[in-house]
Design a binder for this molecule. Structure first.
Ligand code: F6P
Length: 553
């Protein structure tokens, strides 16, 4: 594990470094994060007590360490059954509950707002629009109007929490495309950074949205718009070019619209490093033993894991088909290999989610009926939500982790698997359609739609020699250590700090005009700042690489 002195030597972003940096550059300034999902959820228990749960969302995984480091405020939707019981008069509560470090401000939505804003426009329109999974987006005017009204309510909450005229506001994800412009209207001196966690579609796909121009204008209310990959940045710039009357400087990644400039940058999101969950976990052997015992598996059974929300973008049924093909082509693995899929229930009131759940269940049942015997089932489907500590126990117990998203902005489970494996063992199989595949190039990179190819990758992973596993895992661990969530936040906040300084200089009359050229000299272009932007291995190159790496099980 990377020690603090080593990190200092390599100038790596750590929680400590981010904290020092924030104190130096944002001392006394309010940092407000706007994100729909709250990091802590208070629920009532059956016996009338109260329980606090952590949210398992990837966005929370990335963002929470940052808000802790800057003692800021997180504005989110209140979603727990006991959330209202614990807030102060201004609907806020200090968290984490055991040792408070920042404020959580809750916004209450009624059922109609939740249906139109969250289930409707965010998850039936924008989610399928941005993910290439062939699920048709549903565009309803009522949903869009509610989304607009709810974005305005959250912008009001940000203004109320600002504590001054010029806070730094970090707007997160597709729930809040309209909020940046609304926040700018309410707090004209604020610095606004929007980050889009999911993919940005191609301009041809994006233009089917009846409110395409509204979404772009909303986001261009930000000073910086961040995406996961350079290709998301390009898609966004293409969409602006074909939809709005805007000036684009593609080389510098700057859009000028309605007299204002917005910088467009890729900042690949990540997890904390070192992981608090890995360091609190039992030793690897203990995890292996306890998971196998719990699942009633023989101690010698090889174990694969998948951890996803039960979502049609995650390719869960395709993973099961790959397991089926593996057992078909390698009958000696029947009874010797099991794949455990944790599937967290999600958005289950939407038809597309009920459909994918039915498909996942019937596929697992069919394969288990075909290859199961006695207590052995090749696919163990755990349809439940697990606390991070439990997730890490599974990740540490596994011989391989398969992330098979059909399309994914980043996918933090891939990075969590790497950060969980301080024994430098275990093989990551990773969909080429994730943002993570651009950084974790030592994983076995696959096309999750190509079942033959993914079944072969499973066999290769199970047969990979220990030395090769360590070589790959060590490199991936060094990537995740260096490009952690502190690096992610550090890049965005540094860019925001430079912008603020520039705007202050302008106000003081030191530099009339925006001075974007000077600024851009300090902010490198999208491609130059992204680690490992090599394309994932092509299938033939992958086959060659895995042939070299793997030996029969
Ligand atoms: O992938 C983007 C993201 O916002 C994640 O951060 C999060 O896990 C998910 O989408 C949203 O999930 P939910 O609808 O449960 O908040």
């Amino acid at each position: 594990m990377l020690t603090q002195p080593e990190a200092n030597r390599r100038a790596i972003w750590t929680e400590e470094r981010l904290q020092r940096w924030l104190n130096a550059f944002f001392r006394g300034e309010r940092i407000v994060v706007l994100a729909n999902r709250e990091p802590f959820i208070h629920d009532r228990t059956a016996d009338g007590g109260l329980v606090v749960r952590r949210s398992s969302s990837g966005l929370v995984t990335a963002l929470e360490p940052i808000v802790r480091a800057c003692a800021g405020v997180w504005v989110a939707q209140g979603s727990g059954t006991a959330d209202q019981l614990v807030v102060d008069q201004r609907n806020g509560v200090d968290v984490p509950p055991a040792a408070p470090q920042y404020r959580l401000r809750r916004v209450w939505l009624d059922d109609r707002e939740q249906r139109g804003y969250y289930y409707g426009f965010a998850n039936e329109a924008l989610w399928p629009l941005c993910h290439r999974t062939f699920v048709q987006p549903v565009f309803r005017s009522d949903d869009f109007n509610t989304y607009h009204a709810v974005n305005a309510r959250f912008a009001d909450a940000v203004r109320d929490e600002a504590k001054g005229a010029s806070p730094l506001v970090l707007v997160q994800d597709y729930h809040f495309a309209l909020a940046p412009q609304m926040i700018h209207e309410r707090l004209p001196l604020s610095t606004i950074v929007a980050f889009w966690h999911i993919p940005w579609p191609s301009p041809r796909d994006f233009e089917i949205c009846p409110w395409a121009a509204h979404l772009l204008k909303g986001l261009l209310g930000s000073h910086i718009v961040g995406f996961q990959t350079p290709s998301d940045c390009r898609n966004f710039m293409d969409a602006v070019e074909s939809t709005l009357d805007a000036d684009l400087d593609r080389e510098q990644g700057v859009i000028t619209y309605a007299g204002r400039k917005t910088i467009v940058r890729a900042y690949p999101v990540s997890t904390e490093w070192p992981s608090q969950w890995a360091s609190q976990s039992p030793p690897i052997d203990a995890c292996r033993e306890s998971v196998r015992r719990e699942l009633d598996l023989d101690s010698g059974v090889l174990l694969g894991v998948g951890i996803d929300r039960l979502d049609y973008t995650k390719g869960i049924a395709e993973k099961f088909l790959a397991v089926e093909q593996l057992l078909e082509s390698r009958p000696e693995l029947v009874g010797r290999f099991a794949f455990v899929q944790i599937a967290e229930p999600s958005r289950s009131c939407l038809q597309a989610y009920r459909d994918i759940r039915a498909k996942v269940m019937t596929t697992a049942e069919r394969i288990n009926a075909r290859f199961g015997a006695g207590s052995y089932r090749p696919i163990v489907l755990l349809e439940s939500r697990y606390e991070p500590q439990e997730v890490y126990r599974f990740l540490r117990a596994a011989d391989l982790c398969y992330v098979g998203s059909l399309h994914d902005g980043m996918n933090l489970v891939a990075k969590e698997f790497v950060s969980a494996r301080d024994d430098e063992r275990g093989v990551l199989i990773l969909s080429r359609f994730t943002g993570a595949a651009r950084q974790l190039i030592e994983a076995l990179i696959v096309n999750p739609y190509a079942i033959d190819e993914t079944a072969r990758a499973l066999a290769d992973a199970l047969g990979m020699r220990a030395g090769e596993q360590s070589r790959r895992m060590r490199r991936m661990r060094s990537t995740v250590a260096e490009f952690s969530t502190y690096w992610w936040a550090g890049q965005m906040l540094q860019d925001a700090a430079r912008l603020r300084q520039r705007r202050r200089d302008n106000v003081a009359g030191r530099d009339l005009g925006f001075g974007i050229r000077d600024l851009m000299d300090q902010i490198p272009s999208p491609e130059s700042r992204i680690p490992h932007t090599r394309h994932p291995l092509s299938p033939p190159a992958l086959a060659r690489a895995t042939d070299r790496a793997a030996r029969p099980a």
